[in-house]
Ligand binder design. Structure first.
Ligand SMILES: NC(=O)c1ccc[n+]([C@@H]2O[C@H](COP(=O)([O-])OP(=O)(O)OC[C@H]3O[C@@H](n4cnc5c(N)ncnc54)[C@H](O)[C@@H]3O)[C@@H](O)[C@H]2O)c1
Length: 308
């Protein structure tokens, strides 16, 4: 199949592209490399360094795209608070540009990668697909609005609300990249800052499991799905597992709770299991081992390139 992946040079997008290439699909990647990296790009995918707001995008749609997988986004919660217009320009306008061409060129399916951020503070746990969507930050608003446009658009779409994704290629500088931050810190002997008492919970899903859910949504499913493990983990538990994997010391320091942060979040995943025939398979310990190994090799390569 001919598939357009926006954000295919990014953390999650590059894993999706790798799976598609492996399956033998014809993959076109659009990414402006704002947070994505050239080294993440699969050489077998056709790459266009392009903004999703660009009109030039139409030329790509003229080439008979069958499925759009839309991951490109402004992903920083704090940037969305500082500059809501910029966040909306990328996340709303950019998505509408893609939706417009999807309609115009009769693309078979539009897979939108959404976020748990659309739910805001939970009214109940675990969060299922019927849970009210009350985002707590502008990033959540822009991600939610696109889902609403899709609902009215009459195009065949799937919106996958991803929980906290972690794994190789995530950048520690990214928001919500707590595992990447902790992995880097444990390898480099840096201090990790725990915002609040560390008892806040998240649903941590390994990146290849999230990418597999996206692949499953190509063949089946319509509408909205919550994609997570269905298990909650506190930040304190996360640190405990990392300590058991990595014998070096973690220096912990308490920091103030961040505005816009949600205390507890984890997903009910029965709908995805039933309709996408998908389930997360990687245990947190195995996923963390893989992530720490990746971070360790990366650090080793940087040090040897610098001859340190
Ligand atoms: N990482 C998570 O835990 C998580 C959780 C829920 C949802 N998501 C969603 O998954 C998607 C991918 O996020 P990620 O974590 O891989 O982040 P990422 O920053 O690695 O990926 C985003 C990609 O989009 C590209 N991009 C940004 N603005 C663009 C633009 N205007 N035009 C073209 N390309 C642009 C970036 O260069 C980058 O490669 C996003 O839509 C995000 O909202 C991520």
């Amino acid at each position: 199949m001919k598939i357009l992946v926006t954000g295919g040079a990014g953390f999650i997008g590059s894993h999706v592209v790798d799976f598609l290439v492996e399956r033998g699909d014809d993959v076109v990647v659009v990414d402006n490399l704002s947070t994505g990296k050239k080294e993440n790009l699969n050489p077998k995918a056709l790459f266009y360094k392009l903004d999703i707001n660009s009109e030039v995008l139409e030329e790509i749609f003229k080439g008979s795209i069958e499925i759009v997988i839309h991951l490109a986004a402004q992903v920083s919660v704090s940037k969305s608070q500082e500059n809501p217009a910029q966040d909306a320009f990328v996340n709303i306008n950019g998505s509408l540009n893609l939706i417009n061409f999807t309609k115009k060129y009769g693309v078979e399916k539009f897979i939108y990668i959404n976020s748990a951020a659309i739910f805001g503070d939970p009214h109940y746990l675990p969060i299922d697909e019927h849970h009210p969507r009350n985002p707590k930050a502008n990033y959540g608003i822009s991600k939610k609005v696109v889902e609403d446009y899709l609902k009215l658009s009459k195009i065949n779409y799937v919106s996958l609300r991803l929980a906290n994704v972690y794994g190789p290629r995530q950048i520690a500088e990214a928001e919500g990249g707590v595992v990447a931050i902790f992995s880097k810190a444990v390898i480099n002997g840096e201090t990790v800052f725990i915002h609040g008492d560390g008892e806040q919970t998240r649903d941590f899903i390994f990146v290849t499991d999230a990418a597999k859910a996206i692949i499953c949504a190509m063949d089946s499913g319509r509408g909205c799905f919550n994609i997570g493990t269905g298990r909650k983990t506190t930040i304190n538990e996360l640190i405990k597992i990392i300590k058991s994997i990595c014998p070096s010391e973690i220096h912990e320091q308490e920091a103030p709770v961040r505005g816009g942060d949600i205390h507890d979040s984890f997903f009910e995943v029965g709908k995805a299991r039933e309709f996408l025939e998908w389930e997360a398979e990687t245990s947190l310990k195995d996923g963390l081992k893989e992530t720490i190994d990746y971070e360790r090799n990366k650090t080793k390569n940087i040090r040897s390139n610098l001859r340190l």
